[in-house]
Structure formats: C-alpha cells, structure tokens
Design a protein around this ligand. Structure first.
Ligand code: ZN
Length: 78
C-alpha cells in the first residue's frame, strides 16, 4: 500500500498517513488509528506534507518502519 498524507485539521501534528489510493469520497482511516475515521481537508492525497510540524508523529513512526518511505518514492526510479 502506498501511503499519502491527509489533513484532518491544520493543527500541529494533525495530518495523517493513509492509503494513497483514496477514492476522494470515503472517510480516511489513518495508519496511526484506523478505528478513528475522518474526512480530510485536502481533495488529493499529499505525497509530501507541506509543513513538517503538521505531520502526525505516530504516522511518521509508521513510515520509519517501512523499507521505502512514501515521501521518497517520487525521487526514486527503478
Ligand atoms: Zn496519524
């Protein structure tokens, strides 16, 4: 699953990672808390979060555990 950022609120730490294959209408289930759904403020999945401080630290922890962080996918060609 490719992950992208979804903005729940503009507060610090309240943009979360979820499946980048979002259909644009479903509620988002963030990787840090899949049981807590929300409707994102952004209309398109964000591969890179605009502001570092808006990224959820729990979601960032999920990216650290993955072999290829989603923020680097656009820079890597195979
Ligand atoms: Zn999160």
């Amino acid at each position: 699953m490719t992950l992208a950022w979804f903005v729940r609120t503009v507060r610090t730490g309240d943009s979360h990672l979820a499946d980048a294959g979002w259909n644009g209408s479903d509620l988002i289930r963030p990787v840090c808390a899949p049981e807590v759904e929300f409707r994102p403020m952004n209309r398109r999945p964000l591969r890179v979060c605009f502001y570092d401080e808006q990224r959820c630290p729990l979601c960032l922890g999920h990216t650290a555990a993955r072999p290829t962080p989603p923020t680097l996918l656009t820079a890597v060609s195979s």
